[in-house]
Ligand binder design. Structure first.
Ligand code: AOS
Ligand code: ZN
Ligand code: ZN
Ligand code: ZN
Length: 424
């Protein structure tokens, strides 16, 4: 299925008068409105290839229908999202879940949908069939060199696929760690991991980045070998200038101050990018902005403050990716909601009056500082995000149009009711 331009135009036409009224009301109070709109239009969020099917938990998976059965169909799905919101112009691939067998053809298909390839992800947290050594007791940290070498080899293969697709970064997430005290020598596990990452790092093309993702727990519940931003930063610093820390919002212990982590990583030039999702307890992988939208806003507030201080380009200098799992919602609807939530938080953070905030901080005017932040957060920026979409040729209300056009019903007709997409 493909969305036609006239379908978007008709939808927009029917909502235009009301939209204009709402937009003008909000825009009136924004001094740098054109700059805000331009930034919103440029800001693209990569969709993970593993989130287009219904996810599950270890207790079960309740499959959806019309799920993409191949990488080609996943790209088609992202093409639909991008046609609806013009904000999802990138895909993040997980290898070997989505091996681009014919990279040239995949590249052409993606380009037809206006999609580029964001970070490629390696997977040494599962055993694949025909795999020689098991990762049951870790991959890069493993006590056995043959296992470590196999994991390094896999990462090199991922870089190879990424190169063929025009990607320029690799995300390494390791499930390595231990479940019980005494199982692991922490120092040796760290050193083996560092050694493995160094070998992968050495194979990075010049313009590539390596993102080292951390996670507090799961699947290991006593220790994780890349367990928090401190450890990730340690690896990234030892690796060199092409290595960065990747922040997945669900990978912290409860109530961690993620916005402060973001601020300091930026200061150290070591923030590489994000896996956006939301959570109440742990790595819940829920829709972005569904649980803690204020936290998301505070994160964007620090991002803008830190990126502007360093003259960075908001749209291109960090990796913006979603990492979510959809158990009870239509994955495409969920992703539309996630992208929208990210853009709303970004827009709100763009409205923060930085000069006044800095002055309030200098004067220790705590009340004023809170008022400034919340004035931005409590602004209804939906018309601004919608206007940016309108100007980019996307739908004023992507989710409404998705439902009106019965996109999922069409996909079920094409693909069938019993389809299983790869990934978590
Ligand atoms: C796992 O918890 C991490 O978030 C990784 O980013 C992982 O590669 C991704 O979630 C796919 O499983
Ligand atoms: Zn992640
Ligand atoms: Zn995760
Ligand atoms: Zn997650």
């Amino acid at each position: 299925m493909q969305l036609e331009k006239y379908q978007v135009d008709e939808h927009n036409q029917s909502l235009l008068a009301e939209h204009k009224r709402r937009f003008e009301f909000t825009a009136h109070g924004v001094a740098n409105i054109e700059d805000v709109l331009q930034k919103l239009t440029a800001f693209q969020i990569a969709i993970p290839s593993w989130a287009l099917g219904t996810g599950g938990t270890r207790f079960g998976r309740f499959a959806g229908a019309g799920e993409p059965r191949s990488l080609e169909e996943k790209i088609e799905d992202i093409g639909l999202l991008h046609a609806l919101n013009k904000s999802s112009g990138a895909i993040s691939l997980h290898i070997p879940w989505d091996i681009p067998k014919n990279a040239d053809a995949i590249k052409i298909l993606a380009a037809q949908h206006g999609i580029r390839f964001d970070a490629v992800n390696s997977n040494t947290f599962q055993d694949q069939k025909d795999q020689k050594h098991s990762y049951k007791f870790g991959s890069l940290q493993h006590v056995n060199k043959a296992v470590r070498d196999q994991a390094i080899e896999h990462n090199l293969e991922v870089i190879h696929y990424g190169k063929a697709l025009g990607s320029d970064s690799i995300t390494v997430w390791l499930s390595d760690g231990s479940c019980f005290p005494g199982q692991l020598n922490f120092r040796k596990a760290f050193q083996h991991t560092l050694d493995g990452l160094q070998q992968v790092y050495a194979a990075l093309p010049d313009n590539w980045k390596m993102f080292v993702e951390y996670k507090a727990f799961e699947p290991n519940f006593y220790s994780m070998t890349v367990g928090d931003w401190g450890q990730s930063l340690l690896y990234a610093s030892k690796l060199g200038p092409k290595a960065y820390t990747l922040v997945d919002l669900g990978h912290h212990l409860p109530n961690a101050n993620i916005e402060q982590i973001v601020s300091l990583l930026l200061m150290e030039k070591k923030l590489g990018g994000f896996h956006f999702n939301d959570s109440k307890y742990g790595d819940d992988d829920l829709t972005v902005g569904s649980i803690r939208p204020y936290q998301l806003f505070l994160i964007f507030n620090e991002l803008i403050e830190g990126m502007d201080a360093r003259g960075m380009n908001h749209a291109t200098d960090l990796g913006w990716m979603i990492d979510a799992s959809h158990n009870v919602k239509d994955p495409l609807e969920d992703l539309l909601q996630s992208v929208e939530a990210i853009k709303l938080a970004y827009a709100q953070a763009l409205l923060v009056n930085r000069r006044e905030l800095e002055q309030a901080q200098q004067e220790n005017d705590v009340t004023r500082a809170q008022e400034i932040l919340q004035a931005a957060y409590r602004t209804d920026v939906r018309p601004l995000v919608a206007e940016a979409r309108l100007r980019a040729g996307a739908a004023l209300q992507p989710l409404t149009l998705f439902r009106k056009l019965k996109v999922r019903t069409e996909l079920v007709k094409e693909r069938g009711a019993k389809t299983v997409a790869t990934g978590l």
